[in-house]
Design a protein around this ligand. Structure first.
Ligand code: GAP
Length: 450
């Protein structure tokens, strides 16, 4: 099911995933705030990445470097001189464009004549300390990667790692984009999940291929449909100033195939530059061969916001539902903002104490939401629309037999399980066990009509 961007923006606002920044002042273009559900989704994306890329690997360590860095960093990295996009203005309607987004020298909007391209540096500048002068200029980092290169020697000295190994970091980055847009796809403030993976020269091709496969499969394992993902190799004239080779993992966004993540071969560009500009030796001593050399770097670099958007778009589905349409987000359980909804069948006073007890127990283990407003069918639909994989319903029979029902978002099927088995059963279902595998004392259940 393809969803257009307007529908996604509207669902995100209606359900509390993403709001326009500074809305009460008329909004700040291309800046977005994550609401109660959006912040959970984003945390889950980052948590899944950290779990898979750092915690469960022996060859990766984490880092959290500061956003503001010594200004020489960006001279050495090439960003002061080279991190710029060619910009053109329409002489007729005055709109500003990235030159690569225009064709035949005409304005894409009104067809007017364009100015000659001028280079525009994308780094945000600010001042360090109280005096606003040139020597106090610092930059908001446009990528988290440089914090990793600057700490390469510190990590080598303390983490007791041998090549090949990587340093991973999640954090904010800022780019004064000429044409931000497409919701959270391109913004001026965003979050990145970056790995700099250091390898011995000669093994770099092998590791580039390894990371391409690893990162491609990461999205598929978290539910993105394979048909909506592809790899695209950068042409020579497209490569960033630091890259020897680069591939984009592209996703079929509503506006077409667009970059989701870049996997670049940075060679020894960054370590060599920082060694030269800082005067520090950033080479690696290989205890096996006794050689000293600058490692090569393979860099899988993903956007948190762009990934979250792709996961939302890919999960969106609509199904006929009697005279209506059931809207649901088939989000992977690891990413779903709410894992379990606790829904007493009605607001009848007799049901509330048991429902509240179940809720109190479950929220210790899962992100859980309690809801007793409106009909049970409407509450199921609301949870479907925010992607909650499982709903637990407490009914009058539950008071007698101490059993509750579990309803599955995708199939809408239900099972009935003893409360004593509930946490363990939910855990297993969230980890992928089919709904019809029953715990001791469980049974199939025709269910309350949705
Ligand atoms: N250190 C490598 C690097 O910065 P990049 O391809 O420019 O590479 C990596 O950025 C990823 O960061 C992109 O694939 C995208 O997911 C995300 N990203 C880049 N610019 C962005 C923007 N303006 N808004 C949202 N995400 C962005």
């Amino acid at each position: 099911m393809k969803v257009d961007m307007e529908k996604m923006v509207s669902l995100c606002k209606r359900r509390g995933f993403i709001f326009q920044s500074s809305e009460i002042y008329g909004g700040l273009s291309s800046c977005w705030d994550y609401g109660p559900l959006g912040v959970e989704l984003k945390r889950n994306v980052k948590e899944a990445w950290w779990r898979d890329m750092v915690r469960e690997r022996d060859d990766m360590v984490g880092l959290d470097a500061s956003i503001l860095m010594h200004p020489k960093t960006w001279v050495a990295s090439g960003h002061v001189a080279g991190f710029a996009d060619p910009m053109v203005d329409c002489k007729q309607c005055r709109q500003r464009w990235r030159a690569d987004d225009t064709k035949n020298g005409k304005c894409p909007d009104c067809g007017g004549e364009l100015t000659e391209p001028r280079m525009f540096n994308l780094m945000f500048k600010t001042f360090f300390g109280p005096v606003e002068e040139e020597t106090a200029t610092v930059y908001l980092r446009p990528e988290t990667a440089q914090g990793i290169f600057l700490n390469f020697a510190n990590v080598m000295d303390t983490a007791r790692k041998k090549l090949p190994f990587g340093i991973a970091q999640i954090g904010k980055a800022f780019r004064n984009e000429i044409t931000p847009g497409n919701f959270t796809f391109r913004t001026r403030e965003f979050e990145m999940m970056e790995i700099e993976f250091f390898v011995k020269p000669g093994t770099d091709e092998e590791w580039l291929n390894y990371w391409l496969e690893e990162r491609f499969n990461w999205y598929i394992n978290l539910g993105i449909k394979k048909d909506n993902l592809r790899l695209r190799q950068h042409a020579k004239d497209e490569l960033a100033h630091y890259a020897r080779a680069c591939y984009d993992i592209e996703y079929l966004f509503p506006m077409g195939w667009s970059e989701l993540e870049g996997v670049a071969h940075r060679g020894d560009f960054d370590l060599a530059q920082h060694a030269q500009y800082s005067g520090r030796d950033l080479s690696y001593y290989d205890p096996d061969s006794g050689e000293r050399f600058l490692p090569y770097v393979i860099e899988p670099s993903a956007g948190v916001d762009r990934s979250a958007l792709a996961f939302l778009i890919d999960a969106y589905d609509e199904e006929p539902d009697k005279d209506e349409i059931r809207v649901l987000l088939r989000l992977h359980p690891d990413l779903a903002p709410v894992k379990v909804a606790v829904l007493p069948l009605s607001r009848n006073e007799a049901l509330i104490p048991m429902a509240k007890d179940v809720y109190a127990d479950l929220r210790k283990c899962f992100m859980t939401q309690y809801d007793d407003a409106q009909s049970i069918g409407r509450r199921y639909r609301r949870q479907d629309e925010i992607g909650t994989p499982l709903a637990v319903t407490i009914d009058f029979q539950s008071l007698e037999d101490k059993q509750v029902t579990i309803r599955d978002r995708d199939s809408m099927k239900q099972i009935r399980v003893p409360v004593a088995e509930l946490t363990r059963t939910l855990e297993a279902k969230l980890a992928g066990e089919p709904l019809d595998v029953l715990p001791p004392g469980g049974s199939y259940w025709l269910g309350f009509e949705d």
